[in-house]
Design a protein around this ligand. Structure first.
Ligand code: ZN
Length: 226
């Protein structure tokens, strides 16, 4: 993380790339929870460009593990436990012939494909499907934003990582198309807007419920209890 920050300060890469690289590094190290792990795996399916970067990080981690293997047996067991725990999440659904829907990694995590999602209307132009994760503070949701609609203005108590599955959206940080990852935190108050060219479907993972900030949001928040 520190190394990436130094590169950003020197102007070699943008803050947006810094955050993404840190996420990819945590993925390579096996540090992500199952929801974020699936999100990054789906991103790599959709955007193979980052695969070589992740492979090189994984190689570094493999070498680091070899170097310290004799005294890190317990750690290694913890890593294996995490891998198996994550695996449980991804396997159970039998694969079938699927039309272009969710990326494979996300299909495994969600347990159904886009055509089988039971959307819940949140606001006109915004629907949600929540995926609960037992024993975790993490919230994972599929979001559907109608073409040209905006999400309510909100900020975050923790990190919010969003992968675009279909369509595209824009916010104060930039424009995100299919396969792109947006990373927002408490410093960002935004109102993502789907492009006019089509509905936008995203997979969002948040560490804590988002905090609505606009007038409509504050009104709604009284009822949802967040
Ligand atoms: Zn957000």
């Amino acid at each position: 993380m520190l190394g990436f920050r130094v590169l950003a300060m020197n102007g070699f890469i943008s803050e947006r790339e810094v955050a993404l690289n840190a996420l990819l590094a945590d993925y390579a190290a096996g540090h992500l929870n199952p929801a974020l792990h699936s999100l990054v795996a789906a991103h790599l399916e959709m955007k193979p460009d980052n695969r070589s970067f992740v492979s090189s990080l994984e190689a570094v981690h493999a070498r680091a593990l070899e170097d310290v293997a004799p005294i890190e047996v317990s750690n290694r067991q913890a890593i294996l436990d995490r891998i198996f725990a994550a695996g449980d999440h991804q396997v159970p659904v039998a694969l079938r012939n699927r039309s272009a829907g969710l990326p494979q990694a996300l299909f495994g995590y969600v347990g159904r494909d886009l055509e089988d999602i039971k959307w819940r209307s949140v606001l006109p132009g915004l629907k949600e499907f929540r995926i609960s994760e037992k024993g975790s503070d993490t919230e994972a949701s599929l979001l559907w934003i109608r073409s040209g609609s905006r999400m309510p203005a909100h900020t975050h108590d923790g990190q919010e990582v969003t992968l675009v599955l279909k369509g595209a959206f824009s916010d104060t940080m930039g424009h995100y198309g299919r396969g792109d990852i947006s990373i927002a935190d408490g410093e960002i108050d935004h109102r993502p807007r789907a492009d006019d060219s089509g509905d936008c479907i995203c997979f969002a993972v948040t560490e804590a419920p988002v905090r609505l900030t606009g007038p409509i949001g504050r009104f709604l928040q009284r009822f949802t209890g967040h």
